[in-house]
Design a protein around this ligand. Structure first.
Ligand code: ADP
Length: 495
C-alpha cells in the first residue's frame, strides 16, 4: 500500500515530528524546543499551549520537508514524554494549571503520606509501580488540592485529566478524551492485569473517576486529526509512551527482547509477553505497546548516564563536548583502577538507596584526566549491567543480546565496553529514530499499512552495528566486582 505515516514525538525538551515511508526511512523531520519552567527548586512545569503549538508547527514542517501532503498520509502516531500531567476544563479546553513534568519533585510529600498510610504494597500489586512523585497520581492530587475549587469541579465532571498524549489527541480531534494503555500504566492509577482504572486506588487517593480518559490499546482508533491542522483529516491510529514506543520501534515484540536507551539517564525495558511481571529485584512492571492482547515489560532505569558526561563537560570542564569523551577515554589503556559512581541523585535498581551520593574511588598520584573520563563512560555500562542482571534474574535466563539507542550510543567506546562488560553482543540500529518509528509502526498497523508487528519489524528493521564482546571472562568478572565494591562505598548505610 503506498503512503506515509506521520509520527509526533513529544519529548521533555522538544516537540519533534517525522514522516516515514513503508520501509521505515525518514523522509522529513522537524523539531522545536520549548520553555522549561522551574517555579521553585526541584519543580518542573511546561506550558500546555506551548507543547501543542510547538508540536503542530513541527508536524506541518515535517510534512513540508518530506514533500508529503496530508492526503498522502495514511495515519498519525503519537509518542510522548510519560507521566507528565495536565488538567483542563472540559467546556473551555483551558488548562487549570501548567503541566507538572515527570521530573518534578513538588509532590514528594504527598507520596510520603501515601507510603505512611501503608499503600505501598497495594500500589505495587495493582500498578506494578513504586509510590513515587514521577508518576501521575500524586501530580493529580496536588492539582486538585492547590488549584482553588478544582476538587469540586472534578467531582461535578467539569474537568479532564490527561498525560501529554491525551492533551494532543484532545487538541487534534477537537475534544476526544482518550489515552493508550502504556501511558495509562504510568499514572499509578491503572490496574495493569485487569486493564482498567483501579477503583480502589482512585478511592484511596480521592481522585474522581470522571477526570480520566478512556483507555485503548496502543494500536487502535484514537479519532481523526481535523483537517484545519494539517490540511486534510488524518486518522490517529497509534499511541505509546516514549520508552514503550522505543521498545516497539526496536523490534522488541517477542518475550525476552530487550532494549536500553542511553540519554540523560538510561531506560532498560524487556518484553515479558502476556503474563503480568512481578519483579523480585526492584524493577517496575509496566504495559508494553501491543496491537491486540495484553503485553507487558519489566523496566529499570539509571538516573544518571549521559548526564554524567554533561557533568564532565559543564561541572568539571574536563571535556569540551560530549563526543570528545570518546577520544579522551581511548587516550588511556584503562582507568588505572579508578571507578566513578555517579550516584548524584541516589541509586535506583537494584540498590534503591535515595541517600547514596556519588564517589570517585581508587585515585592515585598517577590519575589523569583520561582515567576519570574513561571511568565515567564505564560507569554508564556498569549501571546498565546492574539492570541487565536484575532482568535476567527475574526472567530466570540470561539476555542473548541488547538492542540500544539514544544520544550516547554514538560513542563507540561506550558500546564496545558495554558488550565487553555484559559478555553479550550489543546491537545498534543504523536508523536511531526508533522512538518515532515505534509510534509510526503502531499507527501503521492500526491503519492496515503493515499487517502485524512481525511484518512491521521485517519491513523496517535497519542494518545493525554489532559490538561483540571481546574481554576475557576473568577480566569481566574482576572489573565488575571492582564496580560493586565502589558502589558499596557510596551507600548511605554500609552493608
Ligand atoms: P535525552 O533524550 O535524555 O535528552 P539524548 O538521547 O538526546 O538524551 O542524549 C543526550 C545525552 O547523551 C546527553 O546526556 C549527552 O551527554 C550524552 N551524549 C551525547 N553524545 C555522546 C557521546 N558521543 N558520548 C557520550 N555521551 C554522549
Amino acid at each position: 500500500m503506498p503512503g506515509h505515516i506521520l509520527a509526533l514525538d513529544q519529548g521533555t525538551t522538544s516537540s519533534r515530528a517525522l514522516v516515514f515511508d513503508e520501509r521505515g526511512a525518514v523522509l522529513g523531520m522537524a523539531q522545536h524546543e520549548f520553555t522549561q519552567h522551574f517555579p521553585r527548586p526541584g519543580w518542573v512545569e511546561h506550558d500546555p499551549r506551548e507543547i501543542w503549538e510547538s508540536q503542530l508547527l513541527a508536524a506541518r514542517e515535517a510534512l513540508a520537508q518530506a514533500g508529503v501532503r496530508a492526503e498522502e498520509t495514511l495515519a498519525l502516531g503519537i509518542t510522548n514524554q510519560r507521566e507528565t500531567s495536565l488538567i483542563w476544563d472540559r467546556a473551555s479546553g483551558e488548562p487549570i494549571h501548567p503541566a507538572i513534568v515527570w521530573q518534578s519533585r513538588q509532590t514528594a510529600a504527598i507520596c510520603d503520606e501515601w507510603r505512611a498510610r501503608g499503600l505501598t504494597e497495594r500500589v505495587r500489586e495493582i500498578t506494578g509501580l513504586v509510590i513515587d512523585a514521577y508518576f501521575s497520581a500524586s501530580k493529580i492530587r496536588w492539582l486538585l488540592d492547590e488549584v482553588p475549587g478544582a476538587q469540586e469541579r472534578a467531582e461535578r465532571g467539569d474537568l479532564a485529566f490527561g498525560t501529554v498524549d491525551t492533551w494532543l489527541i484532545w487538541q487534534l480531534t477537537g475534544g476526544a478524551h482518550l489515552t493508550d494503555e502504556t501511558n495509562a500504566s504510568r499514572t499509578m492509577l491503572y490496574d495493569i492485569a485487569a486493564r482498567s482504572w483501579s477503583a480502589e486506588l482512585l478511592e484511596a487517593f480521592g481522585i474522581p473517576a470522571s477526570l480520566l480518559p478512556e483507555v485503548r490499546p496502543s494500536s487502535s482508533d484514537f479519532g481523526t486529526a481535523r483537517a484545519e491542522f494539517l490540511g486534510a483529516p488524518i486518522p490517529i491510529r497509534g499511541v505509546a509512551g516514549d520508552q514503550q514506543a522505543a521498545l516497539f520501534g526496536q523490534g522488541c515484540v517477542n518475550p525476552g527482547d530487550a532494549k536500553n536507551t542511553y540519554g540523560t539517564g538510561c531506560f532498560l525495558l524487556s518484553n515479558t509477553g502476556a503474563a503480568k511481571p512481578a519483579s523480585e529485584h526492584g524493577l517496575l512492571g509496566t504495559v508494553a505497546a501491543s496491537c491486540d492482547g495484553p503485553a507487558f515489560a519489566l523496566e529499570g532505569s539509571v538516573f544518571v548516564a549521559g548526564a554524567a558526561v554533561q557533568w564532565l563537560r559543564d561541572g568539571l570542564g574536563l571535556i569540551a563536548t560530549a563526543a570528545e569523551s570518546e577520544a579522551v577515554a581511548r587516550s588511556v589503556l584503562d582507568t588505572g583502577g579508578v571507578y566513578l559512581v555517579p550516584a548524584f541523585a541516589g541509586l535506583g535498581a537494584p540498590y534503591w538507596d535515595q541517600d547514596a551520593r556519588g564517589a570517585l574511588v581508587g585515585l592515585t598520584r598517577g590519575t589523569e584526566r583520561g582515567h576519570i573520563v574513561r571511568a565515567t563512560l564505564e560507569a554508564i555500562a556498569y549501571q546498565s549491567r546492574d539492570l541487565v542482571e536484575c532482568i535476567a534474574a527475574d526472567a530466570g535466563r540470561p539476555l542473548e543480546a541488547l538492542r540500544v539507542d539514544g544520544g550516547a550510543t554514538h560513542n563507540a567506546f561506550l558500546m564496545q565496553f558495554q558488550a565487553d562488560i555484559l559478555g553479550i553482543p550489543v546491537h545498534r540500529p543504523k536508523n536511531l529514530e526508533v522512538t518515532a518509528l515505534g509510534a509510526a509502526g503502531l499507527a501503521g498497523i492500526g491503519a492496515g499499512f503493515w499487517a502485524d508487528p512481525a511484518q512491521f519489524v521485517a519491513a523496517t528493521s535497519s542494518d545493525l552495528d554489532v559490538f561483540e564482546p571481546s574481554m576475557p571472562e576473568v577480566e569481566r568478572t574482576e572489573r565488575y566486582e571492582g564496580w560493586r565494591n565502589a558502589v558499596a562505598r557510596t551507600r548511605s548505610q554500609l552493608a
